[in-house]
Design a protein around this ligand. Sequence first.
Ligand code: S3P
Length: 165
Amino acid sequence: MNAIVLIGFMGAGKTTVGRLLSQELDIPFIDFDQALVERLNMSIAEYFDQFGEEAFRNEETELLHEVMTQSAVLSTGGGIVLKELNRMALKQMKHVIFLQAEADTVYQRVLQDHNMVRPLAQRSQKDFIALYESRLPLYQEVATITVDTTKKTPETIVSELIDVV
Ligand code: S3P
C-alpha cells in the first residue's frame, strides 16, 4: 500500500488527525516536522535561521521521496506542495487528504500552539492570510479528498476518512 498523505496549511490539524488515523488503521505514523527535527538535530526555526527556507524544502522533499511508498500515514509540513517535484509525486498517490480550515481558524490555532515555533507564522495576520491564500490552489491541485476541519473534531474527521481510505 502507498502512504496515506495529509496535506494542508499550518494549524489545519494534520498531526492530530494523522496520529489518530494511523492508530485506527493500525499502520505507522510519520510526522514530517518531528522527523526532520530529529534528522536535522535542531528545531525547524533554528534550521531556517542557519540554512534558510530552500535548504529546509530540500530536506522535506528528500523525506517525502523516501517514505511515500511505505504503508504509513504521513503528516506533511504545510509547505510540501511548494516544490513542483513534490506535487508531481503527490499526484501519483492514491490518497492525498487535504485538511482545510478557514484562514482565521488556522491563524488562531497557530497563535495558541506554543509547542512549536513556525518561522513562516511569525508575521502579521494579513501576511499569514496572504500566504494561506497563495497556497490554497497548490493543495487543491494535488488533493484526492478535501475535508473541511473548521467545525469538526479530529475523531469525526477520522471516522469520515476511515470509510474512504
Ligand atoms: C511550514 C509548516 C510547518 C513547518 C515549517 C514550514 C510551512 O509545518 O514544516 O514551519 O511552510 O507551511 P506544519 O504545517 O506542520 O505547521
